[in-house]
Design a protein. Structure first.
Length: 599
């Protein structure tokens, strides 16, 4: 069997869910197109910038669909088999993730585009608000560390990709510098497009077509240009002869370069980079979905060997230590639901929705396609990422970016596109997803830290940005390259816990404004139980490692100690917020429900 019937069934299920359950939750939430949104009411040309739904959807989609819907499904598929991962993607996106994203965006819009933490502050207590705020900032720091390391690892490699071309095993040399060149062009073209849209009468779709054409040309020439630059000693280009230590040093350089980029990108007006980059990035996402769909159809109808499902549907209740060494020993519950965050349900989406997206929505009728629609589109991205595992040889493993690039390359090559270009396209698409999250995440970290500290103005914003980036900079400078693979589970736990707390906050808001609450509260309870279990198990694992090192008289691992402390802190925060929500619920039962301006 090829992946065609599986992919086709997933697409049909997600479309039906959008047309049915999406309509129901829009009614339950009380979406009202007649209400004026904060983007229109408070337009300032910098943070509050109303935009067409296609532009906002593109920016929101690319911001939430970073490496998560690629890395998570690939890790989970390698660890437990593709069927459990596929079921969680579909059920999670439709019943949990879509509700989470829609609720976070609407709640923010109804509270003058305030962050989800401000919604908690208004409807719960100041203590819960402060705890939530600190938790959000910690989660953002984790996202920056993980995705900066993912991107730098993509830029800093040189690998001979082993792929099947026309039935023959072929090695394609590819320099990670080619991806860096394409990514640089992606950002430069975004700025140019932003300037043209701001100061000329150029239609956005015309500018987009030009940008995509130039970017495609850059991707085509980038592999040869990267090799030429590496042969001429450019320090940020890898070569085939580099040792692992040299490659590691190069990755660390890219880590710091990316953080410098994040600083400048996060303090610039949204119209000059975030919005145009979102449109171009969305085109890449749509293109990968297009190539995936058409490639799956062509390959399925022709019985292409490269699309035969060969990976086990289910490999056991414990992670496969050979295929997924980074997750060795992890139980299917709760770690399947932690490993796959983006693509099923992700707390990070609530920060994007209430941090930048809510400041751009022109009318509430756009909330359903932007929030619920983007979540289901991201689920489809996750399905295609998982399909890249389905066609692998059983017992093998690999880096998520390489597995994804090979998969997308196979889809594109079935349409007679050159494999070398196709793999470069897949890698650039992967890194562009992460770029979009990195600078948005840094901007959101600035917002949160300014809320905590009261820093104001441009100088205050710059200081808050530097403080947000300081911890990632130190971590990435001293920890081994690609260390994101070892703490992905803890990162995923913090992300999913944020989703649980957001759903709790949305549930309290719904209750206090007299709306149905069960459809948000039930997912909140499930996510809270899952993440709390994972945090306890994470802590026990870190503790066992610490005791093992101590008994063997070996040096204490400072990162392991840090992870233990963070696991305890996150669990404590989650318990506190959950009890605060329960307290508000009990109190609201004793007095009339408050229905105010934010209803």
């Amino acid at each position: 069997m090829t992946i065609l019937p599986i992919v086709a069934a997933c697409a049909v299920i997600l479309v039906i869910a959008y047309l049915t359950y999406g309509k129901l939750i829009a009614r339950w939430f009380g979406i009202d197109p007649s209400r004026t949104t904060p983007a229109v009411e408070m337009e300032d040309g910098n943070d509050f910038v109303p935009a067409p739904p296609g532009v906002v959807l593109g920016g929101h989609f690319t911001a939430i669909a970073a490496a998560g819907p690629v890395v998570g499904p690939i890790f989970a598929g390698l660890a437990f088999g593709w069927l459990p991962a596929l079921l969680w993607i579909l059920i999670g996106a439709i019943l949990i993730g879509g509700v989470h994203d829609t609720g976070a965006l609407l709640a923010s819009i109804r509270h003058k585009a305030a962050s989800i933490t401000q919604v908690v502050r208004e409807h719960m207590s100041r203590s819960a608000y402060l705890m939530f705020l600190i938790f959000v900032w910690i989660a953002l720091v984790y996202v920056i560390i993980a995705f900066a390391d993912v991107t730098a690892s993509t830029f800093g490699f040189f690998e001979n990709f082993s792929v099947m071309v026309d039935g023959q095993p072929t090695k394609i040399p590819l320099n990670g510098g080619a991806v860096a060149i394409g990514a640089s062009a992606y950002l430069l073209l975004s700025i140019i497009l932003g300037l043209l849209l701001r100061y000329t009468r150029l239609k956005w779709w015309v500018g987009l077509l030009g940008a995509v054409a130039l970017l495609s040309l850059t991707i085509w020439k980038a592999p040869d240009l990267a090799i030429w630059l590496s042969n001429h000693g450019l320090p940020f280009m890898n070569t085939a002869g580099n040792t692992a230590e040299q490659s590691g040093t190069l990755i660390k350089r890219w880590d710091q370069v990316l953080l410098v980029y994040c600083f400048f990108a996060s303090i610039t007006p949204m119209w000059i980079l975030l919005q145009p980059r979102g449109v171009i990035g969305a085109a890449f996402l749509y293109a990968t979905l297009f190539f995936g769909v058409v490639g799956a159809v062509v390959g399925g109808l022709t019985g292409a060997e490269s699309l035969k499902v060969t990976w086990p549907a289910f490999s056991g209740f414990f992670a496969d230590p050979i295929s997924a060494p980074a997750m060795a020993g992890a139980w299917l519950f709760p770690f399947l639901f932690i490993t796959i965050a983006c693509g099923a349900c992700s707390g990070f989406h609530s920060i994007v929705a209430s941090g930048t997206t809510s400041k751009q929505v022109r009318t509430e009728k756009d909330i359903k396609p932007i929030a619920y629609g983007s979540m289901l589109l991201e689920a489809m991205v996750a399905v295609f990422a998982l399909s890249c595992v389905m066609v692998m040889t059983p017992g093998t493993t690999g880096k998520p970016d390489a597995i994804y690039a090979r998969g997308i390359g196979n889809f594109m090559h079935l349409l007679n596109i050159d494999m070398k270009f196709a793999i470069a396209f897949g890698l650039l698409a992967f890194s562009s997803f992460v770029f979009d999250t990195l600078d948005v995440c840094t901007r959101l970290g600035r917002y949160v830290l300014q809320e905590i500290t009261g820093l104001k103005g441009k100088i205050g914003g710059a200081v808050a940005t530097i403080l947000t980036l300081a911890m990632p900079s130190l971590y990435l400078a001293y920890m081994p390259p690609k260390s994101f693979m070892t703490f992905w589970v803890l990162f995923g736990t913090s992300n999913q816990l944020l989703a649980a707390l957001t759903l709790i906050g949305v549930s309290v808001w719904l209750w206090r404004t007299g709306r149905p609450v069960w459809f948000a509260l039930a997912p909140a309870i499930f996510m809270l139980a899952t993440t709390s279990t994972a945090l306890v198990m994470n802590f026990m694992s870190f503790l066992a490692k610490h005791q093992s090192l101590a008994s063997a008289a070996k040096p204490i691992d400072p990162m392991n100690i840090t992870n233990m402390v963070i696991a305890v802190a996150l669990l404590g925060l989650s318990i506190f917020v959950a009890f605060e929500a329960l307290r508000v619920y009990v109190q609201s039962r004793r007095r009339p429900v408050a229905v105010g301006a934010a209803s």
